[in-house]
Structure formats: structure tokens, C-alpha cells
Design a protein around this ligand. Structure first.
Ligand code: PNS
Length: 165
């Protein structure tokens, strides 16, 4: 079975992420969307919420599994028998960091190939941090995040703003 891992913090998942996940599914038998948990970062959404958001948005795609990854991706990929790490690239500015990570992951797990998929042009500008920023100011994020999670994402920021008052 050819398994790819699509990793990220997904804080929250955006339409850009979902586009990459959907386009990857015909290429592999299974795509594992791995929500990474970094103890040094304080995400807006808890790991459980991020997993739940992803499960709701990928429910209709049969060969997608959503899982949590607490350690190194290279080890996680080995434990799942995955052959590829799949990353989305928006612009050349993403490349240097991704290139470094790909080389490190290759050292840590030589059987794992990092593969890059270019984002659809419609989502070039999109990132989870931009979504958080727009939502934080009460802006419209309906064209940025999947409809299934829109209310929950907006709800978090609405309650944060009312607490600040
Ligand atoms: O969505 P993000 O935050 O841009 O994703 C970055 C991510 C999760 C892919 C990266 O931080 C990562 O690989 N984390 C897992 C820990 C790990 O394996 N680190 C070594 C990579 S060189």
C-alpha cells in the first residue's frame, strides 16, 4: 500500500490545505493528514479541535485518515510505513525552509521521499496565520476555510473579542 503523510499544524485547516489533500488522494492508496503537536507553540485551536475540523472536512474522501503526530515526522512516517511526505508550496519564499526540512527528514528516514505539490493559484495567498488574523479582527473568512468549520472558527474569535471588552 502506498501511503503519503500530509503534515501540518492546521491551526485551522484552510481551503488551501484541503485542495492539496484532495489532489493528493488519487496518487496514493492512503493519505494520512498528520496534525503535528509542538509543545513549544501555543496554537489557537487545541490538537483535538484541529483533528475534529480536519475529520469534518475530509469525511467525503474515502482514502484520507486524520491522525495526530507528537514526535518527529520521520519516525511517524516509518511507523506508518509511509513512502512520501507531501507538502504544499505556495511561493518560492516557502522553498528554502521546506528544502532544509526535506534534507533533514531524508537523513532521519532515508526511505521517505518529500514531495512538493504546487498550490492552486486561487489559494496562493492563503495561510492559517492570515485566517487567524482576519478572523481576529472580525473579518470575513468564508472564502478561506471550509464551510463545515466556518462557524466554529469564527465563534472562537467572536468570543475572544467579547471577552476583551
Ligand atoms: O503547518 P506548518 O506549521 O507549517 O507545518 C510545519 C511542520 C509541522 C511540517 C513541521 O513543523 C514539522 O515537520 N514538525 C514535526 C516535527 C519534526 O519532524 N521536525 C523535524 C523537521 S526537519
Amino acid at each position: 500500500m502506498r501511503i503519503a503523510i500530509c503534515p501540518g499544524s492546521f491551526d485551522p485547516v484552510t481551503l488551501g490545505h484541503l485542495d492539496i489533500i484532495r489532489r493528493a488522494t488519487p496518487l496514493f492508496d492512503q493519505v494520512i493528514v498528520a496534525v503535528t503537536v509542538n509543545p513549544n507553540k501555543t496554537p489557537t485551536f487545541s490538537p483535538e479541535e484541529r483533528l475534529d475540523f480536519l475529520r469534518r472536512c475530509t469525511r467525503d474522501i474515502p482514502n484520507v485518515v486524520v491522525d495526530r503526530c507528537d514526535g518527529l515526522l520521520a519516525d511517524y512516517a516509518r511507523s506508518k510505513g509511509a513512502c512520501a511526505l507531501l507538502k504544499g508550496l505556495r511561493a518560492v519564499t516557502d522553498f528554502e525552509y521546506e528544502f532544509q526540512m526535506a534534507l533533514i527528514n531524508k537523513k532521519l528516514n532515508p526511505e521517505l521521499e518529500t514531495m512538493f505539490m504546487t498550490t492552486s493559484s486561487a489559494y496562493m495567498y492563503l495561510s492559517s496565520s492570515a485566517v487567524r488574523q482576519v478572523a481576529g479582527y472580525g473579518g470575513d473568512i468564508s472564502e478561506f476555510v471550509p464551510a463545515q468549520i466556518l462557524q466554529d472558527v469564527m465563534g472562537r474569535f467572536t468570543s475572544e473579542r467579547s471577552e476583551e471588552k
